[in-house]
Design a protein around this ligand. Sequence first.
Ligand code: NAI
Length: 348
Amino acid sequence: MGLSRTIFGMNHTIALIAGDGIGPEVTEGVQRVLAAVGAPLTWDEHPAGLAALERGLDVLPDTTVNAVRQHGVALKGPCTTPVGEGFSSVNVQLRKKLDLYAAVRPVRSLPGVPTRYDNVDLVIVRENTEGLYSGVENEVTPGVVMSMKVATEKGCRRIAHWAFRYATQRRRKRITVFHKANIMKITDGLFIRIAAEEHRSQYPNIEYQEVIIDAGCMRLVQDPSQFDVLLMENLYGDVISDLCAGLVGGLGVVPGANIGETHAVFEAVHGSAPDIAGKGVANPLALLMSATMMLNYLAETRGDAACRACGEKIRRAYDLTLAEGCKTRDLGGELGTLEFAQAVIDRL
Ligand code: NAI
């Protein structure tokens, strides 16, 4: 594990994957804020995605995966995946290789970011290793292709258990499972059966609800405040994350973590945004929020109170920055990526 003690306290070595497109830009902004707050972190940078291919390496080099294994924690920028052809997603590969089965994505309304709702406070818990992202796709015969949706009892149980434990620890009141078990009776049927069992047998104090996902989407955009923790399988979680981002200001403000039993990779929900890459205008806040989740994770798993204090300072500083109207263009402001990072640093 990437942990050492100095005379000043703990220091954590973090695997850093800057990624593609806007990845290096937002990563630089976030590193500046973390340095300014004095977070006890040392970086071990490794490439993945197009950045790795450009250096003549594999798209996901073993050295990169091994660095995450060694240090236990990574901060990651987005990696580009070609559409309809080419290599398979680096993000999906990394989550599978490290068995990062729980994707957790908090979505909340922010001060100074006016949207249709001002009271959104949701957490999406997405199963991250199974479902239609199992990658089992083939051509059965010319003109007929198929993709296999895989659900295992073990996979369903561990994500349901993770979600209920998370809800309990964070004093959340209700878990809603989004599913399509009316159509996918066996796969989604297993997912809800196990979630309901987990609720009944271990977590009866958390309210539990099952909602068919299409109706759930309508209810989300009508009144997101009726939901608390949303639990779902892989593909639904991917789609619903972006939908929920739209409720609070967009992809520039939604962070995420991919968590397994022994490793965790923190990354924003957004992708490499090729349409704005290289222009210095991307919002670094989603990755900065992911970094504060990382600091909390280090505090919880390694007992480092300094990390929690740094995370709290950063959160207060970015809330204040936004409340004072300092914003990047995606939120209607004028600041560039590093200017926004500096505005946060000025308020630490
Ligand atoms: P995207 O999230 O990159 O972009 C969607 C829209 O949101 C674009 O208009 C973009 O400019 C905007 N946007 C995203 N992040 C932003 C930020 N931080 N600040 C301001 N605006 C932002 O999604 P898209 O275009 O579907 O995917 C682009 C590439 O990213 C694809 O290759 C995809 O596979 C990959 N991707 C990677 C992810 C990851 O590494 N975890 C996650 C999602 C997509």
